[in-house]
Write a protein that binds this ligand. Sequence first.
Ligand SMILES: Nc1ncnc2c1ncn2[C@@H]1O[C@H](COP(=O)(O)OP(=O)(O)OP(=O)(O)O)[C@@H](O)[C@H]1O
Ligand SMILES: [Mg+2]
Length: 233
Amino acid sequence: MLLSISSLSCAYDGLVALRGVSMHVAEGELVCVVGRNGAGKSTLLRAISGVQPVFGGSIEFDGADVTRLASPKRVKSGIVQVPEGRQVFPEMTVEDNLRLGGYRRRSEISERLEKAFEMFPVLRERRDSAAGSLSGGQQQMLVVGRALMSRPRLLMLDEPSMGLAPQMVAQIFKTIQLLKNSGTTILLVEQNAAGALALADRGYVLETGQIALAGAGRELLKDPRVRRAYLGN
Ligand SMILES: Nc1ncnc2c1ncn2[C@@H]1O[C@H](COP(=O)(O)OP(=O)(O)OP(=O)(O)O)[C@@H](O)[C@H]1O
Ligand SMILES: [Mg+2]
């Protein structure tokens, strides 16, 4: 198993945000975690990245216990997170934003850059533009492209569709599908349960810090409890 989480718990100043979360991601899988506002989705990703302290449980990555490993070392081992909110360096060009993501792999930078441009042709067109001048959807592609520059073994995406126009949301989900098809292992966090579950091999429903349901993406999509609570029917 690439990622194995067991009984993970996290808190903010004594307020528990994750309680006893167990989940796993196999190599090549696309796994999604869906849940409402404040369910603990971002906390979970940050705990896996190592920027969020945990008070119980364990995280294993590629057979090694990384629960207490410093976050830069986790990045080095291939755990790469694209945080919420599309943080680009707005004054820098698109190309320079991408290059920043490849700083750990200097010898491969040109090759990785070419791959990113193949994946996102619009970024090639805009390579010399300031990143801040891109649309929201293009900025989302840029932060995903930047993460891919380091050739992650586990790519974690936090709400990539948030705040985008419907057409752009569809395009982002299509991109995620392409990434999966190219062999990237992905852990996707989304409030857009319908979109995420339709794509995912497997999904977890997170409710107030606990896994409420787990199963194949398409099964969860049909589950009446999921439909009632997250899909409005
Ligand atoms: N920095 C923080 N300090 C205190 N409490 C926090 C902090 N960040 C998150 N929380 C709380 O922890 C819980 C889980 O938050 P988290 O951000 O992980 O949820 P989420 O599922 O990502 O929500 P959203 O869909 O809004 O992004 C919430 O109750 C939230 O209020
Ligand atoms: Mg969040």
